[in-house]
Design a protein around this ligand. Structure first.
Ligand code: 5GP
Ligand code: MN
Length: 342
């Protein structure tokens, strides 16, 4: 747990601060980063958010979005320099430096004090200060707690509250998943009091589909969804050609995995996608099947018990057949959990 006396001392004079979300940041990673940025700027610090990669367009409304530097585009040297010269680096919504690719090495080498704020399972300890709670629904919930414990609740304004609300709304699956505990509603009520226009945030995230994206979702469900009833598993495998055909952008596959999980009786839903030469797996489960363990064991990944991700070095086709082979070894467990879920 964080010693707030020490943290307050660290942040008592203006500092050069870098904030880093995980690669391909989602609403929680980016919302936490920009929400924290807004707060730290009000405290008089110089703040730079550096993202390891680009992120979905439906997050572009967040205040400070235009100041985010994307590593691996045209800012590599500046980003490296900023991390090297930072007094403090905040790592948000990940717990293992491998999740930020090459930036991991730069953070490791930097003499900056490292702060980690996160809610994923099995953290690798690399930080000087950690605020970790695997019970938290979202990193954004922890950022709210962080600001409150710093004694600065009144510094949370409308733009900050909306960044944090976006993280909580999406990481709880719109307040539907089993991480939606009482404190989620308590924090959300506070964010609303502090200005968050919650229908506006929901609309900016969920009602801004392109025509191409909607047609792509239709195609994925009609042509690429595979149901394995024997294993209570459904998966959607999307290759690079599929993405090209629908002019797919970063973020267009987000949420697709939930359709696989929504099939009646399914315990495990998976999205296998091939983008930019990388094979990525996105996994969701119902009940006691731990996709965190599954992703860790077979796909060099991790996450939460019911939502995790990983990657594969094999080709797309090999990954799909490997996945189908692996699933066979879980038949008994998946059947038992399906029975228990009923
Ligand atoms: P998503 O499927 O939405 O990309 O990710 C689901 C959850 O798993 C998120 O909390 C995300 O941070 C985590 N996650 C996704 N991909 C990876 C990965 O490759 N490695 C690890 N450790 N976690 C991942
Ligand atoms: Mn998160």
């Amino acid at each position: 747990m964080l010693n707030f006396k020490e943290v307050k001392a660290e942040l008592s004079t203006p500092k050069k601060i870098v904030i880093i979300p995980h690669k391909t940041p989602d609403a929680d990673a980016l919302g936490s980063s920009l929400g924290l940025r807004g707060y730290l700027i009000k405290k008089g610090h110089h703040v730079q958010v550096i993202s390891p990669t680009d992120y979905p367009k439906f997050l572009n409304w967040m205040e400070g979005n235009e100041t985010v530097r994307i590593y691996n585009s045209d800012h590599n040297n500046e980003c490296s320099r900023q991390i090297e010269n930072a007094d403090i680096v905040f790592c948000l919504d990940f717990n293992n430096l491998a999740r930020i690719d090459e930036l991991g090495l730069l953070v490791e080498k930097s003499a900056a004090k490292k702060f980690l704020i996160d809610h994923h399972l099995d953290p690798k300890c690399f930080a000087d200060f950690s605020l970790i709670s695997t019970d938290a629904s979202a990193t954004a919930e922890l950022i709210y707690e962080f600001i409150v414990k710093m004694g600065d609740r009144e510094l949370i304004d409308k733009p900050i509250s909306e960044c944090l609300y976006a993280g909580i709304m999406t990481d709880t699956g719109q307040f539907k998943h089993n991480n939606t505990h009482q404190n989620v509603h308590y924090v959300t009520a506070n964010l609303m009091e502090l200005g968050a226009d919650t229908p506006r945030v929901a609309s900016l995230i969920y009602d801004t589909n392109s025509y191409d994206r909607l047609k792509f979702i239709g195609y994925a469900l009609s042509q690429r969804l595979k149901y394995l009833p024997e294993y209570h598993t459904a998966y959607i495998a999307i290759n690079a050609n599929d993405l090209e055909k629908f002019n797919s952008k970063t973020g267009d596959t987000e949420g697709l995995v939930n359709y696989a999980l929504s099939l009646d009786g399914v315990v495990l839903g998976v999205l296998i996608s091939e983008r930019g030469g990388e094979i990525k797996l996105s996994m969701r489960s119902k009940g006691d099947f731990s996709v965190n363990e599954f992703a860790r064991k077979h796909f060099n990944g991790g996450g939460h018990k019911n939502a995790a991700g990983g990657s594969s070095d094999a080709t797309f086709e090999e990954t799909v057949s490997r996945f189908e082979e692996i699933i066979k070894t879980y038949k008994e467990e998946l059947n038992q959990i399906a029975d228990a879920n009923n």
